[in-house]
Ligand binder design. Structure first.
Ligand code: SF4
Length: 300
């Protein structure tokens, strides 16, 4: 990474309907994320396959980059690996990076499936932070099937409750929804009702997009599921290198979730779906640290 450069800017892929506002993005680990989710898009990137690699020098790199970064845009951790995967307990790469970013006044956008996130609440109180927890099902059996090494839904919800109770804005990402796997209406409603009971502000939703190599990867661990998904996506559309569900099915799934979010008084957003008209808030949660963001953006 070039040290004369500022913090790496999140790559907004407009061709894939990305509606994220400008932000920075940091992945504290390289290689395959240990949560090993069946639907993980990161397998399409060479840096995120193979053994998990902690970036031991990242804190020092960030210390150099923040001095080259004028705009205090939010910093997201992370888009292609979980910043709180098991190795983080030992290496604390994420924590060390967050300490630097908070000391330099950068707002933080945390995206995780791990209850280890509560460890860093003290840092989240130093700078405007939004914690997004990915919860794709409320059922352990489905979670085990599609997110084999990630903490179970109960652990994620209780962690999110602790974060919310500390006054830190929280978002639940039902991301992705895989038809016939985690698309059961009762299960989805139970996620949203539980989220509303613990003070979550927003639900961000997506449908699974198939990347090259994903179905063969699923086939190696679950051939029946791979065939089923191939059939479901057979009448879908390729957009920006991703195979999307057919448009009508996608819209009906998203509208259903929007109605549920509305029913429980939560804001709603979609992630890279091409239906921004459904959104009542910004997909990545920056709505909840924007106030301070404007102040930082106008900082001289
Ligand atoms: S937690 Fe995220 S990055 Fe890690 S395997 Fe799952 S989808 Fe991929």
């Amino acid at each position: 990474m070039a040290y004369n450069m500022g913090l790496p800017v999140f790559n907004v892929v407009k061709s894939c309907f990305c509606t994220c506002p400008p932000k920075y993005n940091i992945n504290p680990y390289l290689g395959r994320c240990a949560h090993n989710c069946l639907y993980c898009y990161a397998i399409k990137f060479p840096s995120f396959i193979g053994p998990t690699v902690p970036r031991l020098k990242l804190k020092e790199e960030i210390l150099k980059m923040v001095k080259k970064t004028r705009l205090r845009l939010p910093v997201m951790l992370s888009d292609s690996t979980d910043p709180y995967q098991p190795l983080e307990k030992e290496y604390k790469i994420t924590r060390r990076c967050l300490e630097v970013l908070a000391n330099y006044g950068f707002p933080l956008l945390i995206v995780t499936k791990s209850d280890l996130v509560v460890r860093d609440i003290d840092i989240f109180k130093k700078t405007p932070t939004v914690v997004s927890m990915t919860i794709t099902t409320n059922r352990d059996d489905i979670s085990t099937l599609i997110e084999p090494n990630a903490p179970k839904p109960d652990a994620r919800f209780s962690a999110l409750k602790k974060v919310s109770e500390e006054g830190i804005p929280t978002v639940v990402r039902v991301d992705p929804i895989i038809p016939t796997i985690n698309s059961d209406g009762q299960d989805l409603e139970s996620i949203i009702s539980r989220a509303s009971r613990i003070g979550v502000k927003q639900i961000t939703v997506s449908t699974m997009k198939v990347v090259k190599g994903l179905l063969p990867a699923i086939k190696r661990v679950n051939p029946a599921l791979s065939w089923k998904l191939a059939k479901i996506y057979s009448d879908g559309e390729w957009i920006g290198g991703y195979k999307y569900l057919n448009k009508d099915l996608r819209l009906s799934i998203l509208e259903n979730l929007k109605n549920l979010a509305h029913k429980y008084g939560l804001e709603f957003a979609t992630c890279r779906e091409g239906f921004p008209q459904l959104n009542t808030a910004i997909c990545d949660g920056t709505s909840y640290c924007r106030g301070s963001l404007n102040k930082f953006l106008n900082a001289k």
